[in-house]
Write a protein that binds this ligand. Sequence first.
Ligand code: XIL
Length: 354
Amino acid sequence: MLKFICRLPFLLLFLSAAAQSPPTTLRLAADRAGLLMGTAVRPSLFSETAYSETLAREFNMVEPEDAMKWWTVRQNQGAFDFREGDEVVRFAQAHGQKVRGHCLVWDHNNPPWLGGGHFTPEEMSDLLHEHITRVMKHYAGHVFAWDVVNEGLDENGHVKDSPWYNQPGIGFAGQGTEYVAQTFRWAHEADPKALLFYNDNGGEELNRKSDAIYAMLKDLKQRGVPIDGVGLQMHIFQLKIDPAAVAANIARLTALGLQVHITELDIELPLDNSQVHPEDMGRQAEIYRAVVRACVQNPGCTAIQTWGFTDKYSWIGSHSHGTQGAALPFDRLYKPKPAYDAMIKEITAVRSHP
Ligand code: XIL
């Protein structure tokens, strides 16, 4: 006992030094900062050791890249297929990670049987109501937040044509954001505990689109529509972003009483014969740092998520037909890139609770 008491000061000294030593992973930095640090995942890759080890070590949140979308869950009209989504939930449970759900209402990534004008607005309304209810109830208690509506506005801020709005829509064609309000109400009924998000791209800075997103969310809040947050996708093209404008946008959104999540961060680089220009790596790291800063300096910005984590598997390659790539914090061999260190440093500098 005496021996233990004598050693106590050394033990305390050791523990406090350990607490203050710089975090060695993104996940540790995020945990200390009270931040959710997530990434989009593909369950078919969990069997790749480097993939699952990096994922478990570096992130405290995951989101299915495609596994909870209509085209996966509803390949057939008559059945719900939760197998891939369930794999994501199981992985997250095994590694103490939160799951963000994506997405319930979108004009893309729907199964072919849904399009083609086969349904009346009444039938579309029943289909969507049933989908939201079944999916959210299946994942209740496992998925803490959902992107309920994804990309509902176009770049001018107008409500986008979609099977859910006006083609043929769920009964609110021509009534602006009314169909958005309806889907949030259904979502809240299905799982009252889940946080409900509107998620979009191109509205990260201050522009026509972000003004329209802001106006829509303000209106929905004022009308008592159950909505908790807004997702800023943050796919960054041509190494271009104005961090001050992002910070100002986050400030006005959080002032509405909404949480902000950065949901799909990636920063594509131009490829020359599949090669990155070496100086672009540093520029990419600086932008990752600036985006992280814009989020963590605002207590209402509670999560940062990258759209995948290794350049080996990223949607950017197919999206850009191979002209762009290397958009993520780990390279194709799972080696951390300068962007990785920049993020850890920034999270630790701005928001650390040792
Ligand atoms: C992308 C996935 O990464 C791809 O695997 C899939 O083929 C198409 O969708 N905005 C979104 C995401 O909200 O769902 C998209 O994900 C990327 C753009």
